[in-house]
Design a protein around this ligand. Structure first.
Ligand code: GP9
Ligand code: MN
Length: 439
């Protein structure tokens, strides 16, 4: 109702963080290519197993001066997994406390999402490329409500036989076989590639990879490195195409990991690989009892903004998460976000608060974390809260609860029906037809 939306607008206004003046509009008018790295965790960057560098291309990109890379960026998904990550990045709101917002609300939800904002404000063409069927996570309906103009899903590619594995088309083929569509999109375009091959249980044939896996005794953990290496090769091939085609000159490539690949129950097996590259896992005391704080350290995922030709990049240690991507990206594109109801804030702005809320209301900050109700210091030691620290931790907990409560209210009550930012035109889902054979 109207009074509920007024309350949420008040909350968002109070927490709005102004853009970084120097960087606002840095990449205005460039093509934006989002690469969704399926189940890709940050620890893979710069990791080595069995004497092999797991992701050589992404490592180079991460350390490049033309990339703004984040080293303390966390996923914030719930049970919606990939669809929660998509929801956060496209709308600046969290997924739901249970289930998937895409599945439960996506067919009838009012969005004010990135593709619509960029088409209306900056005349972008918008498209998604994904090798699974259009109906997975109800995407065919959600994307029309988000205002995506095109959705090149499975039926646009030859997914037969060995071309697919797991949920669909292999990543190298997704990037390769989508070129014929990409090159016909009117520029500037905002496109998203959702990869698939690095997905549980991380199957991959020996024709597609000769990466030597470790021997932890857990198949998923061992195979995870192989499919991550394959994904790295897929992205490398795509960047080669962007360079050769000349597209890279006026494009920005945003890469993010959508959520963890290995679950908490598999992490102790994973920790057996740490001794192969101890400098990479400095936070872990060899042989120490594995704790929930250790699990939290592994919830980091990459967030990299590759700006070919830019020299001002570097590794940014700011603590943040997927909820912060939309305001960060829109500001870089020169779009004012103060009127949109977004619950994160620009990671490049001085006013950004470094409290990262997980969907289950645990949270991490640079100095302390609340993981499932236990408090840890920055080194992972359980601490008793008292005095000033207790005050700060209580304030952080309140911040997390308010951020999630307001986002949940907006989504569960579909409050954007009652609030249209000045200058924003409501999205007309009926305008879009993805020729996917679905209704
Ligand atoms: C399939 C894929 C699912 O379309 O996106 O990924 P998940 O949600 O299982 O991480
Ligand atoms: Mn996923």
């Amino acid at each position: 109702t109207k009074s509920q939306v007024t309350k949420v607008i008040e909350y968002v206004k109070k927490n709005y963080v102004k853009p970084n003046k120097k960087l606002f509009g840095l990449i205005k008018g460039k093509n934006v290519i989002i690469i969704h790295l399926e189940s890709f965790q940050q620890f893979l960057i710069d990791d080595k197993v069995e004497g092999q560098t797991v992701t050589p291309f992404l490592n180079k990109l991460y350390h490049s001066k033309s990339t703004i890379s984040f080293s303390n960026f966390f996923h914030q998904v719930g049970q919606g997994k990939t669809s929660d990550a998509e929801n956060m990045l496209e709308t600046g709101t969290f997924g739901l406390p249970e289930g998937s917002l895409f599945s439960q609300l996506g067919s009838t939800q009012t969005f004010q999402s990135a593709p619509a904002i960029l088409e209306q404000k900056e005349h972008y063409t918008t498209a998604v490329f994904h090798g699974d069927v259009a109906s997975f996570w109800n995407r065919n309906n959600v994307y029309k409500n988000m205002g995506y103009q095109y959705f090149f899903s499975a039926q646009y590619y030859d997914t037969k036989g060995d071309n697919s594995i797991g949920y669909g088309l292999k990543d190298k083929l997704l990037f390769n076989d989508s070129v014929k569509y990409l090159e016909h999109l009117q520029q500037p375009f905002y496109v998203k590639y959702i990869t698939l091959t690095n997905h549980f249980p991380y199957d991959l044939t020996s024709e597609d990879s000769n990466f030597k896996t470790p021997n932890t005794g857990n198949d998923e953990v061992d195979n995870y490195f192989k499919t991550a290496n394959y994904l790295d090769q897929s992205v490398a091939e795509f960047f080669k195409f962007l360079k050769k085609s000349g597209l890279e000159k006026n494009s920005v490539i945003v890469l993010y990991g959508d959520h963890y690949g290995l679950s908490n129950s598999e992490n102790p097996y994973l920790s057996e690989t740490f001794s192969q590259d101890p400098s990479h896992f400095k936070w872990y005391k060899e042989g120490s009892k594995w704790t929930n704080w250790d699990n939290a350290q592994l919830q980091r995922v990459p967030f990299m903004i590759s700006i070919p030709g830019y020299k001002g990049g570097g590794i940014n240690k700011t603590y943040g998460g997927e909820i912060d991507v939309l305001p960060t990206l829109l500001h870089l594109l020169g779009v004012n976000t103060s009127k949109y109801l977004e619950f994160g804030s620009d990671l490049l702005a001085s006013g950004h608060k470094q409290t990262v809320a997980f969907r289950n209301r645990s949270f991490v900050t640079p100095n302390y974390s609340d993981i499932n109700g236990k408090f840890y210091n920055a080194k992972g030691k359980i601490i008793k809260l008292k005095g000033n620290l207790k005050k700060k931790a209580t304030a952080s907990k309140k911040e997390v609860d308010q951020q999630l409560d307001n986002s949940d209210e907006l989504n569960q009550e579909n409050l954007l029906r009652f609030y249209t930012p000045k200058g924003f035109k409501k999205i007309e889902a009926s305008k879009y037809n993805y020729n996917d054979g679905l209704q």
